[in-house]
Design a binder for this molecule. Structure first.
Ligand code: GDP
Ligand code: MG
Length: 166
């Protein structure tokens, strides 16, 4: 099994931390070579029986100018081509404009989206349950999983869910 996955989310939710934790010492490739003009392979996670290729999807934020509009279009194309999208949010109790914009973009795309609620180390169970319910009611995520990228909590659960979509 192998497939392409992209990690999206607004700044500071923990995308880079998640990427580094998942890849850890299992880095097979860390390539700067563009896969296409717009998709950059960031890293490849390899287990015995599967491989997950993480690719970068820049430009998912509300465009302020024409170039920004072009970038959002390019980002949408990338999102449509991967096998799964990890949409990362953090412990913010409400869906802010940055997250709302990304969710609007995701509505136009058929790729399965796993909602990753990061920073569970900063939440009690009630807060996590409230966030889970908030996103669940949107009815647009294939799965919802809570993790702590920083502490490495629940990452195997997340990887298992990703592998289901490869
Ligand atoms: P990015 O902008 O989405 O790539 O976010 P970063 O990975 O750079 O993380 C932004 C900040 O959040 C950093 O200070 C991280 O240490 C912190 N952070 C990331 N993941 C977690 C987590 O699971 N728990 C906590 N408490 N902090 C985290
Ligand atoms: Mg980052």
């Amino acid at each position: 099994k192998s497939g392409f996955v992209t990690i999206i989310g607004r700044p500071n939710v923990g995308k880079s931390t998640l990427m580094n934790q998942v890849i850890g010492e299992k880095i097979a490739i860390m390539s700067d070579k563009p896969q296409t003009t717009r998709n950059k392979i960031q890293s490849v996670y390899t287990e015995n029986d599967f491989q997950i290729v993480f690719i970068d999807t820049p430009g998912i934020h509300k465009p302020k100018h024409k170039l920004g509009e072009y970038m959002v279009r390019a980002a949408k194309e990338t999102l449509g081509e991967v096998d799964a999208i990890l949409f990362v949010v953090d412990d913010s109790p409400t869906i802010g404009p940055g997250d709302a914009f990304i969710m609007e973009v995701l509505k136009d795309i058929n790729t399965p989206v796993i909602l990753v609620i990061n920073k569970i180390d900063k939440m009690d169970q009630d807060k996590f349950n409230a966030l889970y319910a908030l996103y669940k009611e949107k009815e647009m995520f294939s799965d919802i999983v809570g993790i702590s990228a920083l502490e490495g909590a629940n990452l195997q659960v997340l990887i298992d869910k990703v592998v289901d979509f490869l």
